[in-house]
Ligand binder design. Structure first.
Ligand SMILES: NC(=O)C1=CN([C@@H]2O[C@H](COP(=O)(O)OP(=O)(O)OC[C@H]3O[C@@H](n4cnc5c(N)ncnc54)[C@H](OP(=O)(O)O)[C@@H]3O)[C@@H](O)[C@H]2O)C=CC1
Ligand SMILES: O=C1O[C@H](COP(=O)(O)O)[C@@H](O)[C@H](O)[C@H]1O
Length: 510
């Protein structure tokens, strides 16, 4: 792999400590870092290289998914780290940084390939990109890349403005917009699954699929991020990026051999085909919710407006559910239901594909007990792929019952999203980063929703903490004759299966 200088803005921050250093360490353990590799950590705090290295080492002990007890290995890893004081607003600091980087590259006789990772607040993105260019940091002979964290804009216009400014210093192919859901192994697997398996490919359209349900539910509340979250809400925090990215990845139709350009082009086509909503119609397809007091895992929790830092009159959304339609040859007529929220009953990211029931006939008594075939992708925190089909019940002649077959049970020691994404950015592979076209189209879809929320055209529905969200989110599906799987599954079926000790007890096991 080519020599790389990894320049990390926000090196003293939370994301660096919890995700970036552990990810780099795991890549190092797997031999996936370049031979010639230096990290320049940046922040306003004054730290020596040694103190910085000690902080990095501590973050591995605290947050690495692998045991970080081999002191020799840890030291070898941290010896690649240097620290530079840099205030984002100070032009001189960039020049000093450039000197130091050039010295180090000369010492290692390394090509000046520089990856700039912006792990700082979005208000700094433009300034940093501009200063990188002005200072000469970005005009060496090697390649340069800009890895940028979310949020990418606050609405359609601010996202366009930001992109225009970044594009003055970095070309689109040099910009790697992180959406950590695209780094999750199961999301990455989704693409390959469809591309490499004719059975799945054959089923992947409105001919066989009745509806698709994408859920990302969290048990945590606003945590310590009131300032950010109360301005963002679930719609900006999760829906515009992670949820719409999962929709694109799931619905994309890829030829057998696909380049990264092809994947991103086809994802763009999906997003272009998603039917847009008019502001006044948003309420018919979107449910907005906010959690009230309740209990999570048996512990009482306060409602959103009683959380520290949140105004008692806040109308912010902590839950959103929506029905989307993709108007193209493959998906016309298949509703995609998406929901995400905080303080829900379980922490899970899951996609359920419900198949049509062409053989079902209301009068066929012997079909009693059948339920739709389902294909279930558990994305995180557990991983798995399960197929639900109907079989005959040996004990009850004439009755059918559903069984679930585990097609894939997750991989032990699977890399974390940040490992996958940092590895790809070091290689210059943009497949699992959000292209500007996708980001812009996602904001375009979301914009009328933001406006409808702002103007209170969509009622704010309360839901109890520890529930699956407001009842109106169930009504969204019920209106089409469906229900959410795995929270409204008929109790009796589950109970019966559990009694028989069969593997059907999906909710309990996953
Ligand atoms: N934390 C997380 O889990 C996630 C974070 N993100 C995104 O990642 C980014 C960073 O988040 P996070 O690490 O949580 O933020 P923190 O507030 O923990 O860290 C901010 C970092 O920015 C640096 N910084 C702030 N102001 C300046 C300045 N004027 N000049 C130089 N450096 C400055 C701080 O260093 P110092 O104080 O030393 O100057 C610190 O290292 C944000 O865009 C966030 O949205 C995205 C997903 C998850
Ligand atoms: O980007 C974000 O994602 C997390 C949820 O990520 P996950 O990998 O744990 O599913 C969410 O808590 C946070 O609010 C949001 O900013």
């Amino acid at each position: 792999m080519e020599a790389t200088t990894f320049v990390l803005f926000g090196a003293t921050g939370d994301l660096a400590k919890r995700k970036i250093y552990p990810a780099l360490y795991n890549l190092f353990l797997d031999g996936k870092l370049p031979q010639s590799f230096t990290v320049f950590g940046l922040g306003r705090r004054t730290l020596t290289d040694e103190t910085f290295q000690a902080n990095v080492e501590q973050s591995l002990r605290d947050f690495s998914r692998r045991e970080a007890s081999d002191e020799l290995l840890i030291k070898r890893f941290s010896s690649a780290f240097r620290y530079n004081v840099l205030d984002i607003g100070h032009v001189d600091d960039y020049e000093k940084l450039l000197n130091r980087i050039e010295q180090r590259e000369a010492e290692l006789q390394a090509a000046p390939n520089r990856l700039f990772y912006l792990s700082v607040g979005p208000e700094f993105f433009e300034t940093i990109a501009e200063r990188i260019q002005q200072s000469g940091l970005g005009s060496a002979d090697g390649w340069k890349r800009l890895v940028i964290e979310k949020p990418f804009g606050h609405d359609l216009q601010s996202a366009r403005d930001l992109n225009e400014k970044l594009s003055k210093s970095f070309a689109e192919e040099e910009v790697f917009r992180i959406d950590h859901y695209l780094g999750k192994p199961m999301v990455q697997r989704l693409e390959a699954l469809q591309q490499e398996n004719p059975v799945i490919q054959a089923l992947w359209s409105n001919r066989y699929i009745a509806n698709v349900q994408i859920t990302a539910s969290e048990t945590v509340g606003v945590e310590e991020r009131a300032g950010y979250y109360d301005q963002a809400g679930a719609v900006r925090d999760m829906f515009q990026n992670h949820m719409l990215q999962m929709l694109m990845v799931l619905a994309v139709q890829l030829p057998h051999i696909s380049t990264s350009e092809k994947v991103r082009f086809k994802k763009k086509m999906v997003m272009e085909a998603v039917e847009t909503l008019q502001k006044q119609d948003v309420a018919t397809s979107v449910v907005r919710g906010q959690y009230r007091a309740g209990s999570i895992n048996g512990q009482p929790v306060v409602g959103y407006t009683s959380e520290p830092g949140i105004d008692a009159s806040s109308m912010n959304d902590t839950f959103i559910a929506a029905r989307l339609q993709i108007d193209d040859f493959f998906w016309r007529g298949v509703p995609f239901y998406i929901r995400t929220g905080k303080r829900m009953k379980e922490k899970t990211t899951r996609i359920v594909i419900e198949f049509k029931e062409p053989l079902q006939h209301p009068s066929s008594e012997h079909k009693k007990g059948t339920v739709p075939n389902l294909l279930i992708f558990e994305i995180s925190p557990n991983e798995g792929i399960t197929l639900q089909i109907n079989t005959k019940d040996a004990k009850n002649k004439g009755q059918f019952k559903p069984v679930q077959i585990d097609l894939f049970a997750g991989q032990e020691d699977a890399p974390e999203a940040y490992e996958n994404l940092i590895f790809d950015s070091l290689h210059g592979d943009p497949t699992f980063f959000a292209h500007w076209d996708e980001v812009e189209l996602a904001w375009q879809w979301v914009q009328p929703v933001l406006e409808a929320f702002e103007e209170n055209l969509v009622p704010l529905r309360p839901y109890e903490a520890g529930s699956y969200g407001p009842a109106e989110a169930d009504a969204l599906l019920a209106a089409d004759g469906y229900h959410w799987w795995f929270d409204t599954k008929p109790e009796t079926e589950v109970e019966t299966q559990q009694k028989e000790g069969e593997q059907y007890a999906y909710n309990t096991n996953h």
